[in-house]
Design a protein around this ligand. Structure first.
Ligand SMILES: Nc1ncnc2c1ncn2[C@@H]1O[C@H](COP(=O)(O)OP(=O)(O)OP(=O)(O)O)[C@@H](O)[C@H]1O
Ligand SMILES: [Mg+2]
Length: 231
């Protein structure tokens, strides 16, 4: 297997407060994990077991306390802030439970936002944003602002934004958590389609029925993957 995404003995400790009030949480306690290119992996586990922490480290949004993170053979730990920002922008797409769209921007401008950092001209930005919105089935809503869209549609805009730079991996943290069953399944269908087109996906979910739709389930317990439930 070609080296794609490898985590070795990843530990993440959060320290809150000072002196007597100091409190240390070990959110990740030695995670060893490798993900193959083109895989669709679901991460499940109880609240607080470290799922979001793990995803944030994979996405370069947070750094581990110790351990090694290799992405396509490159050590992410060694990157300076600037290289890390480029890694996030070019290699990673991120989708969250709460969509995080800019309220004042329409769908095109929300989706085009990551292209600003990649120095793409305005016509090209618009064109690519329209393409990404078409890919998520929102060609009719190009000029709608988030308040004019349903929850499911807002999440599709967020997914279009996440894939606009053609990332190597899509990291999705409870992408269906704010949606009803039907809209959640629509988002899953969209993720399946992107996966079939070759995108590697890592999705956190509480919903075992959704997790079972992935190639592999990683069940986290107390800051570590526990067991593989299916292949
Ligand atoms: N920024 C932070 N500062 C301090 N502690 C944190 C921070 N982020 C997370 N934690 C703690 O780390 C542990 C793991 O949190 P994490 O958010 O990764 O859990 P989770 O599995 O995503 O939970 P949920 O299913 O509720 O989203 C928890 O005990 C949490 O309180
Ligand atoms: Mg979480």
């Amino acid at each position: 297997m070609e080296e794609f995404l490898i985590l070795k003995d990843i530990v993440k400790r959060y320290e809150i407060g000072k002196k007597k009030n100091r409190n240390v949480t070990e959110a990740l306690r030695g995670v060893n994990l490798s993900i193959a290119e083109g895989e669709f992996v679901a991460i499940t586990g109880r609240s607080g077991c470290g799922k979001s922490t793990l995803l944030n480290i994979m996405g370069g949004m947070d750094r581990q306390t110790s351990g090694e993170y290799l992405f396509r053979g490159e050590k992410i730990d060694d990157m300076n802030t600037r290289a890390l920002a480029r890694f996030r922008n070019q290699s990673i797409g991120f989708v969250f439970q709460a969509f995080y769209l800019a309220k004042e921007l329409n769908a095109i401008d929300n989706v085009a936002m990551p292209l600003g950092y990649a120095h793409v001209g305005s016509r090209e930005r618009k064109h690519r944003a329209e393409e990404a919105l078409a890919a998520v089935g929102l060609s009719e809503k190009l000029h709608a602002r988030p308040s004019q869209l349903s929850g499911g549609e807002q999440q599709r805009v967020a997914i279009a934004r996440a894939i606009i730079n053609h990332p190597a991996v899509l990291l999705a943290d409870e992408p269906t958590g704010n949606l009803d069953y039907e809209n959640g399944q629509k988002i899953m269908d969209l993720l399946h389609r992107l996966h079939e087109d070759g995108l590697t996906i890592v999705m956190v979910t509480h919903d075992l029925a959704l997790a079972k739709q992935a190639d592999r389930i990683i069940h986290m317990e107390d800051g570590r993957p526990k067991q593989v439930l299916s292949e």
